[in-house]
Design a protein around this ligand. Structure first.
Ligand SMILES: Nc1ncnc2c1ncn2[C@@H]1O[C@H](COP(=O)(O)OP(=O)(O)OP(=O)(O)O)[C@@H](O)[C@H]1O
Ligand SMILES: [Mg+2]
Length: 394
């Protein structure tokens, strides 16, 4: 890509070209090392930190591209093994369509358990995996067929299943056992299981009684180093003849506590508005956050309107504290004028389930969405500048 081709170097999708991808060197190397030793990996981080981006980045590394067939499925929207199979089937067919007809035909001919036929893509003439749920009558058999294909593929396969914790929500309760029993026998295929629900994933892989017990090593993705991120952001501006004050990036980093997406989103907003010659400083960046919060307003209202009054009150109280501990203590309850302890416990469970709040290993509760947090507290008179100072005092 030529420099002039890019409209905005702060890319907001998960698949980021190398020159716009910030750091993650050690994380990439650590994944590479594990994958090359044939170890399955659990990649975990809070939401919006960069897991999916890192998986795509890993897949684009020359040593992976050359030596592996890579497949990526995001199963966030799935609710059953059939749907997982649909995603995986579509991904494999999509990838094979690019490599040629022979391997695609071989794959499809192995799927004898499926009902119906494969439709043809009118533009390429290649078959597509447009298989309905009802056409997967024996998902376990189909899964076996897909995995057999991977095992017999010309090169080792690397399969990333993003938002893997979803399988714990499937109605069918033995999906974990089905996957595990097959995966443990695979020699040509390595898996990356990725997700943000720490408790669910830890229970899945670290509890003795669960099928995936100790079957993969854990990689925890942390925030990108503060200096490295600031250096990257300044460089992105400079590369295109614009200027960004490094101190302002530190402010942004501390406000967003290093969560990549929220920093990137703010810089993505600021970048096109800066003219060459002037310097993007803290005031300018924080004004962009205000713009974003205004544009978020409807979405935030929508989220709130889907909550009970107790859930709303608890979420606002947690947002006000930023990181809240002992949320069922009488001190917390009275500090925020909340109703009873028991009603707050059930509100917390509901908010955790919906991933609106999270709990870190230190037992602190916080809002998953930083913009929602900033929007809520702005209604209480706490501006981003005030929150930044509060974060720094913590
Ligand atoms: N290393 C990076 N370099 C540049 N931008 C990044 C990097 N990592 C993440 N981002 C930015 O942050 C955004 C969120 O990253 P990503 O989608 O990978 O996070 P995630 O951990 O998978 O989030 P979720 O848990 O919501 O799925 C990306 O769309 C991109 O804008
Ligand atoms: Mg993701």
């Amino acid at each position: 890509m030529k420099k002039t081709d890019i409209l905005n170097p702060f890319i907001l999708s998960a698949d980021i070209p190398d020159s716009y991808f910030c750091d993650r060197q050690e994380d990439t190397d650590s994944l590479l090392m594990r994958v090359k030793s044939g170890n399955n990996v659990v990649l975990m981080s809070p939401r919006r930190m960069g897991k999916s981006g890192l998986i795509h980045h890993l897949f684009s590394r020359p040593e992976i591209k050359k030596d592996y067939n890579t497949f990526y499925v995001d199963i966030y929207e799935t609710g059953s093994l059939q749907e997982l199979i649909q995603k995986l089937g579509q991904e494999i067919v999509g990838k094979l369509s690019k490599t040629g007809f022979a391997s695609l035909r071989r794959f499809l001919s192995m799927l004898t358990s499926l009902r119906g036929t494969f439709a043809l893509d009118p533009t390429t003439g290649f078959p597509t995996f447009s298989v309905g749920i009802g056409e997967i009558p024996s998902p376990e058999v189909t899964l076996e067929e897909i995995f057999s294909y991977l095992e017999g593929a010309d090169k080792p396969c690397l399969v990333a299943i993003d938002e893997f914790q979803k399988i714990a929500d499937y109605e069918q309760k033995n999906v974990e056992a089905i996957l595990r029993s097959r995966i443990q026998m695979m020699h040509n295929t390595t898996f990356i299981f990725s997700g943000s629900e720490r408790t669910v994933l830890s229970q899945m892989f670290l509890s003795y009684s669960r099928p995936f017990y100790q079957s993969a090593s854990f990689v925890q993705l942390k925030a990108i180093n503060r200096d490295v991120y600031a250096g990257f952001a300044v460089r992105m501006f400079e590369n295109y003849g614009k200027r960004l004050d490094k101190e302002a990036v530190y402010d942004l980093y501390d406000l967003m506590q290093g969560y990549t997406y929220y920093m990137h989103r703010t810089l993505n907003e600021a970048y096109p508005l800066m003219s060459a010659g002037s310097v993007c400083d803290k005031d300018f960046l924080f004004a962009r956050i205000d713009d974003i919060l205004v544009s978020y307003s409807d979405a935030c209202q929508e989220i709130l309107s889907g909550l009970t009054p107790n859930q709303r009150a608890l979420m606002t109280a947690i947002a006000r504290e930023g990181r809240a501990t002992e949320i069922s203590s009488s001190a917390f309850i009275s500090r925020h004028g909340l109703p009873s302890v028991s009603s707050m416990q059930s509100a917390a469970r509901a908010l955790l389930k919906r991933q609106l709040i999270s709990r870190n290993p230190e037992n602190e509760y916080y809002l998953e969405d930083k913009f929602l947090e900033l929007w809520l507290i702005r209604g209480l008179g706490i501006t981003p500048a005030i929150r930044l100072e509060q974060n720094r005092r913590r």
